[in-house]
Write a new protein. Structure first.
Length: 236
């Protein structure tokens, strides 16, 4: 899909897509609000997204697209390049866009989807992945799952704490996202702001406070029933 408020920019990208056998165009929009509605109903793999647009700018829209849609920003302003990596964009194309640069972005996208499909297949074959990769300080950082003690969250950021003396790592992602990444049989969300490694819990007091590492985490009412069920299954 293409979203751009400039007709000539849309026409150029449409021409590039038609010339590229591996691609097919789902739709083009010059109105970002209408495009978002269509995108939520019919997600696409790749979205060519202009940044500066009226009503709803591309950077804001990028936070609202479906999870399976990957973004390639198109912009006339180089200063947005760094911002594009803060929203998991695959790439950015600086206007005026040449077909050669367009193909390089598509090659990068294809490589990403191939890698993502491989990781998905591996997850299906292996129930417990050894590590995850999170974005921290504009780079992808590997985190060994076995070293995670607990995860705390604040708005759009999470912080990983470890039991091997490693310094905490802060990443730009939501608690929901990290909850989906971590193996459910080894980690449990016990509070709006905490996910704990179940095998690292030292003790639990009668007030539903978890003692883990040097931290005391209170199990909130919203998660108490599922946590108590977990305990009952493991208590004689």
């Amino acid at each position: 899909m293409i979203i751009d408020d400039e007709p000539l920019a849309i026409q150029l990208l449409e021409n590039f897509i038609k010339r590229t056998p591996s691609l097919s165009l789902a739709a083009s929009y010059d109105n970002s609000v209408a495009a978002l509605s269509a995108l939520q109903e019919h997600p696409v793999n790749i979205l060519f997204l202009d940044i500066q647009m009226p009503d709803l700018d591309g950077m804001t829209l990028s936070h609202l697209v479906p999870q399976e849609t990957r973004i390639i920003f198109t912009t006339a302003f180089k200063q947005y390049a760094f911002d594009s990596y803060d929203v998991n964009a695959l790439d950015y194309l600086l206007k005026p866009i040449s077909y050669q640069k367009f193909l390089k972005s598509i090659a990068k996208a294809m490589q990403w989807f191939t890698s993502a499909n491989t990781q998905t297949s591996q997850k299906k074959e292996s129930k417990e992945p050894e590590a995850i990769f999170v974005k921290s300080d504009s780079q992808l950082v590997r985190i060994d799952i076995s070293n995670i003690l607990y995860v705390s969250g604040l708005k759009d950021y999470v912080q990983f704490y470890f039991d091997n003396g490693q310094r905490p790592i802060t990443a730009l992602m939501t608690m929901k996202a990290i909850e989906e990444l971590l193996p459910a049989e080894r980690f449990m969300r016990v509070h709006r702001s905490y996910i704990v490694a179940l095998d690292k819990i030292r003790s639990i007091d009668r007030n539903s406070c978890i003692y883990i590492g040097k931290e005391v985490i209170h199990v909130s009412d919203a998660y108490r029933d599922i946590f108590n069920t977990y305990l009952q299954d493991r208590t004689k």
